[in-house]
Ligand binder design. Sequence first.
Ligand code: COI
Length: 355
Amino acid sequence: SQASSSLQQVLEPSTYSDDENPGVDWDNLGFYMMRTDYMYMTKCTKGECFEQGQLSRYGNIELSPAAGVLNYGQGLFEGTKAYRSEDGRLLLFRPEQNAIRMKMGAERMCMPSPSIDQFVDAVKQTAIANKRWIPPAGKGSLYLRPLLMGSGQILGLGAAPEYIFLIYVSPVGNYFKEGFAPLNLYVEEEFDRASRGGTGGVKSVTNYAPGLKPLTRAKSRGFSDVLYLDSVNKKFIEEVSSCNIFILKGNVIASPAANGTILEGVTRKSIIDIARENGYQVEERVITIDELIDADEVFCTGTAVGVAPVGSVTYKGQRIEFKTGPHTVSQELYTTLEGIKRGLIKDNKGWIVEI
Ligand code: COI
């Protein structure tokens, strides 16, 4: 393929390690950073943008102390996964969707962005270079983390004069320590995740650190994650700090409409399509916290998280429980999505990119 031929140019002669087992305990993967073989990096300087991408050994990068990303948070990240199928194929899931989202985010953050082709080619090259880190079929996946950042120095507030696009990877298993067990969410009433006109709808790095305080507090009280409400009325559900949220009542599935404060998750979008195909009515709209309390099922979606059932939501001191287990709609949707991603179910939507 095109990706593997450009990979050869960059890495030969080298100690490129192919399928040699890196010594990972594939049965006990969590969501932790593991040092892998290669990362991808390219720059945008003086109009020359993201063309000469290079794979290099994974390691630290050098940045000016005055880099735009360090001082003013001019940065975006993405997340996408590579899987190994039972018959040994290496599969990516909708990487062009991440490329499109990075483009939208870059526009909001005044950054140049890689083209869709540059992004997807970079993801392919990085996955292939690190293929021995893609877990065996059924054991997890290789998480690819593309970053776009203002690397040029800038003292007064403004857009940086230079940008880095890079991708690093780590093999991962379940995001939450709960594993496949249902999540217990805490409805955050003091802090907000996003506000109208802000950056909640794009994957800006600045959306995440402010969530650490409520997240840490909720975790110390035994919760899995925080569910945010809208910042104006404190009445409508928005999203969880690491993923999107869905509710089910009868045959109707609903998720908060992506109106600028909700991150348009690739998994969210895919689950909406699968649910419609499976005969559910799916609505993207405003959802009150009272509706959530009255739901039959609640579940979360995200690239890192996958599809995770919610066992309870705690709001104003009251713990509300939801149906979980093997005979739930969230389990049905999870099985279909995972089947497609792992090559077990035929992909009739053009979602899978084989590398
Ligand atoms: C992802 O799901 O890929 C994300 O970027 C969320 C992050 C909090 C791990």
